[in-house]
Design a protein around this ligand. Sequence first.
Ligand code: FES
Length: 347
Amino acid sequence: MSPTMSFQVALNFEDGITRFIECRPDETVAEASYKARINIPLDCRDGACGTCKSRCESGSYDGGDYIEEALSDDEAAQGYCLPCQMTPQSDLVLRIASSSAAAKTGPAAHTATLADVKRHSPTTIEFTLDVDDREALGFLPGQYVNIAVPGTDQSRSYSFSSGPDQRQVSFLVRIVEGGAMSGYLTERAQVGDRLEFTGPMGSFYLRELTRPALLLAGGTGLAPLLSMLERLTQQPPTHPVHLLYGVSSDRDLVHLDTLEDYAEVIPGFTFDHCVADPTSSARNKGFVTGLMDPGTLHDGDADIYLCGPPAMVEAVRGHMTSLGIAPANFLYEKFTPAAARERVVAA
Ligand code: FES
């Protein structure tokens, strides 16, 4: 790569706000941040104080020159790095040890045009946007944005169901009686409507797969996992990836054909689904926990990604405890149809 080309660096702040910057291979991440007017924590800028210490979650880089007091060998081996010294050798994702406000930045605002509204089932709608400045919208697969509901003073959080590299962006919505976005999409939405949103946000995004992964979706919690799978079509996994998709009733089942398509093109990807309603025609009736055994959990040597309602998070956690299995990583995003999202914890 020539020095005039650049890599994309995602700066993920403690409050979940993510900003993307361009960084050339001959400049440090701190220099590139400064140019983008993002004040990541810095003091000596010389690899001596450790103030800028961050964690690199994916990508490769040259760590640069620094002293042991600023960054120990152990820390470097765990993926910690010094943005004032490091230069990228690929796209990077960095966890910055400050809030976005402390770095004098915040969620980016975007405008878009409604391109499509598709009713997948009696309970579920997907809508698609053409973003005015798509190049300015970077996101990590699994993240969400806050969308202002047209004609109201309310906004709602939705995870992208589309992949970061796709031109259009889309979102899955469960239709809720009296819900602001549900009302808009079912009664007033017209292709060509203008929408505004801010983001991306969230810590529930796909990390580098260094072991098998188990993806768990509850209802429209499937959306961020679809975004992750889309990314895996571009970056094929070297470990097995299994998805379990649970819904309440047959009316909630969507995108099974999309999952079939992903199973065709993503090496090592498999999936299964279950329906809680005992009268369902599905082969598996019950909850995703009924499909989780020590085998699907790889006896704990697995990264688990779960997006679903709070009760599902607790049920999965309780189930793993009862099996005596603690997974290597458990990342989850809880949601309720109309409420704000609860931020993610990696256990
Ligand atoms: Fe001091 Fe980076 S700012 S080590």
